[in-house]
Design a protein around this ligand. Sequence first.
Ligand code: ZN
Length: 192
Amino acid sequence: MLISSCFTAALKLPLFCKGALLISLQIPTLKPSARQNHEYWMRKAIAEAAKAQAKDEVPIGCVIVRDNKIIARGHNLRETSQDPVGHAELIAIRKTARKLGSWRLLDTVLYVTLEPCTMCMGAIILARIPTVVFGCYDPKGGAAGSLYDLSSDSRLNHRIELLPRVLESECSKLLSDFFMALRTRKKKAHCS
Ligand SMILES: [Zn+2]
């Protein structure tokens, strides 16, 4: 469910990938003050993504904010911990619950550089996180509008306000640079 109160305008724009129409997404335009605030916290999530990259992990970072303070941070650690569920969001959600002493993460905002997957959207619903802000869409695995939208499924008992595309180009560049470097490394290894 896209946040509507912060928007001054919303355009329908088709998203194309490899010539095929994948999804039609709403492109929100935020009021400058709201956008600056979200961009501030998204930069903290990007800093987390950089920590993942330094460990040769896919650069995805997350912070959870309440009352204008970061409660917990997380970055992707799937390779380091050989943990299939070692996603940035899950790590940050667990840390936040421990810090707050509650599984209900009420009044929090989760910032993540990439659209959450089905598992992370499931965890966000279970944790009752009211708002999710993310950087770029993930057409191959996103569950907040790309492949699925678990934010507003009426069969579930929790709705999530979504705010996509905050610092989208920075978040997406992190990933494309990482995968480009990986492909170059693999090519070199193959040729040598
Ligand atoms: Zn995930």
